[in-house]
Design a protein around this ligand. Sequence first.
Ligand code: AMP
Length: 286
Amino acid sequence: MMGMKVAKHVDQLRDIIRFWRGQGLKIGFVPTMGYLHEGHQSLIRRAAEENDKVVVSVFVNQMQFGPNEDFDAYPRDFDRDCQKCEEAGADLVFHPDNEDMYEEDFITYVDMTGLTQGLCGKTRPIHFRGVCTIVTKLFNLVTPDRAYFGQKDAQQLAVITRMARDLNMNIEIIGCPIVREDDGLAKSSRNTYLSAEEREAALVLSKALRAAKEKIEAGEKSAEVIQNFLKEAIETEPLAKVDYASAVTWPALEEKEYMEGEMLVAVAVYIGKTRLIDNVIVDIAE
Ligand code: AMP
C-alpha cells in the first residue's frame, strides 16, 4: 500500500478533505457503486492526471434501486475494490454504511423534471431522484473541483451535468468514454450476473449499436428508422428483450423526427433477467 486512505465515516472523510483544502489542493472525485473494473479505473486514472488528490466513493445506494431491482444481489467486494482504486491512483476511498449516509428520518431529495422522464427513467421512475440525491450528498461531503462520470451511463452524465449547473454546484463534470471488453461488450459490474450463454448473447447490444452508427454515417436521418432497426437487430437474439432503443439529442435528450447535431443512440436490453445498457454518441453530418 502506498498510503491510500480509507474513510468509513463522514467525519473521517471531512477531516481529510479539510486538511487537503487547507493545503490548496485540487480534488477530483469518482462516485461508484463498487465491484470496480477497467471502466471505473479509467475515470480514476483521468482524475489522478488532472487533480492533486482523488477521492473514490464505493456505496451501493439503495435509494436509486426500484423495489424489484437488484439491490440485494448487486455484487460487492470491497477489498478488491481498494486494490483497484490504489492501482489506478486514488488517494482516498470513501465507503460509508447506509446508516452513515441516511439518517432514519431522512426526508430531503434532489429531483429533476424533463431529462429524467425518458430512456431509463421510463422503466426506473425513482432511479434518478436517488442518483441526484446521493451525488449531491457526496458532492457536499467531498467538495470536489472536478467529478468524473462514464458515458456508459449517458443519461446519468447528462442529468448530473445539468444538476450541477442548475444548482450552482461549481463542480466541473467530466464525461469519460465507454471502456469495453475486447469483443465490444461494455464493461459493467452487472456483467457478472451473466451465464456463459447470456454473456455471448449480450454482444448483441454493442453489435446493434455499431450497425446503427454505420447506418447513420451512411446517411440515415430518421430517428424512427434507427430505433426500429435497433429493435429488430437486438431481437434476432432469442435471449434478448428490448426495454428501449432510442435516438435522442445529446445532451438535451430530446426526441427529434430527423436527427441532427449530436445524437445519443442508446439501448437498454434484458438478457435473461439482467438489464444491460449501452450507447453511442454520433455527430450527424450536415
Ligand atoms: P457504477 O459503479 O456502475 O455506478 O459506475 C460508476 C461510474 O463508472 C459511473 O460514472 C459509470 O458511468 C462509470 N462506468 C461504469 N462502467 C463504465 C465503462 N464500461 N466505461 C466507462 N465508465 C464506466
